[in-house]
Design a protein around this ligand. Structure first.
Ligand code: SAM
Ligand code: DTB
Ligand code: SF4
Length: 326
């Protein structure tokens, strides 16, 4: 069993990225097998519960009101519509339902409706996840009391590159919300995006920030930028896909007991590239034809991929107790 550490240095992380590909994958796979059943992959389905017109200016995001992406705005959905979508996702095989809202932070009137959504989805026997932007006051505790299992809040990139991508909030604002989420006893889903024109050093810095949080996020989504016309990052030179695989592998090594999600960007990947990501230690995906506003592989394509690779859609069994904060 590899130790759970919170004191990774940039130098160490850089050295992992620089390993020959086969050595890096061997190390990631060894770590993966020490902590998890390597053939189980967790599946979550996403739903955008409030779409577009977001006041934040995240350069990657089609939902920002600052950009000209062609996204149909939609007000906060009704609770019944969300619970019906969750039931359909459960019946199609998803174990977790993630609800995303294009907000900087939730207003009280909307927040109480989200609490009802969480209660309704939880009552279906599914795990619940929401991503609502920054939380204040007792919001995290109220989400926990309503039955929320996970809160998604990504660091997205390195502290140094952050202001090249987002100017309407600071990296530290994200850390503050993550602290509130942890304090409320919620599981943390926190990762980032690669392929935004960042340097390898920025990928090192993102993973350093994640791995040195007081407690590792239980879920670590690694998104490959989905380039959407009208966003400032559309037209960015695409990142070498093998560098994406390396990022998954380094995340696995740094956070051995966390579930690493091969997140956005799968629609543009073939089966072989996804297989490499699973080999690198990714053990979770978004399942269903749509992410929030962009496409995801069709469910039947994912079922065929799992069949081809001998993967079971299941919560990857931890081979050790999830460690407490060091
Ligand atoms: N507004 C909330 C927030 O930003 O935390 C929740 C929704 S936001 C869409 C959730 C995450 O989606 C972002 O943190 C980002 O990591 C990811 N995301 C958004 N647009 C993306 C894109 N074009 N490609 C990859 N990931 C993206
Ligand atoms: C995460 O890390 N990726 C998901 C989820 N958490 C909320 C979102 C991906 C969004 C991709 C762009 C879109 O569909 O709008
Ligand atoms: Fe808004 Fe979230 Fe998109 Fe940023 S990532 S513009 S906060 S919806």
């Amino acid at each position: 069993m590899t130790a759970i550490r919170h004191d990774w240095t940039r130098e160490e992380i850089r050295a992992l990225f620089e390993l020959p590909f086969a050595d890096l994958l061997h190390r990631a796979q060894t770590t993966h097998r020490a902590h998890f059943d390597p053939n189980a992959v967790q599946v979550s389905t996403l739903l955008s519960i409030k779409t577009g017109a977001c006041p934040e200016d995240c350069g990657y995001c089609p939902q920002s009101a600052h950009h000209a992406a062609d996204v149909e705005r939609e007000a906060l959905l009704d609770v019944d519509a969300v619970v019906s979508a969750a039931r359909a996702a459960r019946d199609a095989g998803a174990s977790r339902f993630c609800m995303g809202a294009a907000w900087r932070s939730p207003r009280e009137k909307d927040f109480v409706r989200v609490l009802d959504m969480v209660r309704g989805v939880k009552a279906l026997g599914m795990e619940t996840c929401v991503t609502l932007g920054m939380l204040y006051g007792d919001q995290a505790k109220r989400l926990k009391a309503a039955g929320l299992d996970y809160y998604n809040h990504n660091l997205d990139t390195s502290p140094e590159y952050y202001e090249q991508i987002i100017t309407t909030r600071r990296f530290d604002d994200r850390l503050d919300t993550l602290g509130r989420v942890r304090e409320a006893g919620l599981n943390v889903c926190c990762g980032g995006i690669v392929g935004m024109g960042e340097s390898r050093e920025d990928r090192v810095g993102l993973l350093e920030s994640l791995a040195n949080l007081p407690q590792h996020p239980e879920s670590v989504p690694i998104n490959y930028l989905v380039q959407v016309a009208g966003t400032p990052l559309a037209g960015t030179a695409p990142l070498d896909p093998l560098e994406f695989v390396r990022t998954c592998a380094v995340a696995r090594i740094l956070m051995p007991a966390s579930v690493v999600r091969l997140s956005a960007g799968r629609d543009g990947m073939d089966d072989a590239l996804q297989a490499l990501c699973f080999l690198a230690g990714a053990n979770s995906i978004f399942y269903g034809d749509k992410l929030l506003t962009t496409g995801n592989p069709a469910a039947e394509r994912d079922r065929a991929l799992f069949e081809r690779l001998g993967i079971t859609a299941a919560e990857p069994t931890r081979r050790c107790a999830a460690p407490a904060a060091a």
